[in-house]
Ligand binder design. Structure first.
Ligand code: SF4
Length: 251
């Protein structure tokens, strides 16, 4: 029996374009480095390490001070990164600007991050494994749980919020099923434009998310069985690493 591994990213891939899902999840083809994704990784790492410090030391100066070491390590791991950065000053200015936006939205001195980059997982069904990495999960002294995800891009346009929240509902569903506690708040922090998208999930919303996931899992299992992956061209193709081999553009 095939078992499908679902994560918010792979679910998104399949919903956007089954062919893209195949390239990433089934064929596991390598992809070109994305400078936006690397900037996101860098900012996430800085915000992660910031919470290693005692509360009163979680300042913007400390966050900026973490930049050189984390960036150096990132470049050592991927030496080709250096060739993509033509202006180091511009690069660090952009990162510092995203950090400044973070400090305008949250006061990290005022709370403890209970878990950072926590791996959550669940066997949704015998043939469906669901997992993901949560940027931050805060458990208040009252026991209330807040799930937080940082985005270095901009908030979705009006009407697209539900799609954006689906990722956090997946994490909330796993946490709820595993721990028996319904998270109180889901929070997407957009550092690109300083917006925060919040939602208090209901049990029914998480049950609906679970149903959606089962349906997507069934579609993926059918696609695997038939080895049938439909390309779905969209604006995303302009950023797709596989455009030069995609049947939508080569046949
Ligand atoms: S180029 Fe477009 S249609 Fe082809 S795999 Fe990528 S996203 Fe899908």
């Amino acid at each position: 029996m095939s078992k499908v591994r679902l994560s918010p990213s792979r679910v998104n891939d399949f919903k956007n374009c089954p062919q893209l899902y195949k390239y990433r999840a089934i064929d596991q083809l390598p992809e070109a480095i994305s400078i936006d994704a690397e900037r996101g990784t860098l900012v996430h790492s800085i915000l992660h390490d910031l919470f290693d410090a005692p509360a009163q030391e979680r300042t913007i100066a400390r966050a900026q001070g973490l930049f050189p070491g984390i960036w150096k390590k990132q470049c050592e791991d991927k030496p080709e990164l250096m060739t993509l950065i033509s202006n180091e000053k511009e690069w660090s200015d952009r990162v510092f600007s995203l950090l400044a936006t973070y400090f305008s939205l949250e006061q990290p001195q005022s709370f403890e991050a209970t878990f950072r980059e926590i791996h959550v997982e669940l066997d949704l069904r015998e043939d469906v494994y669901l997992h993901g990495y949560v940027d931050r999960l805060d458990v208040a002294p009252s026991g209330e749980v807040r799930i937080v995800d940082y985005k270095t891009g901009k908030a979705p346009k009006p009407g697209w919020e539900e799609k954006a929240l689906f990722q956090l509902r997946i994490y909330a569903l796993v946490y709820w099923r595993v721990n028996g506690v319904l998270p109180k708040l889901l929070q997407l922090i957009y550092l690109g434009d300083g917006q925060v998208l919040k939602s208090s999930p209901s049990e029914q919303e998480l049950i609906n998310a679970e149903k959606s996931l089962m349906q997507i899992a069934d579609e993926i299992l059918t696609a695997i069985e038939l080895d049938s992956w439909k390309p779905r061209p969209s604006r995303l193709c302009d950023w797709c690493s596989f455009k030069n081999i995609c049947p939508a553009f080569t046949d």
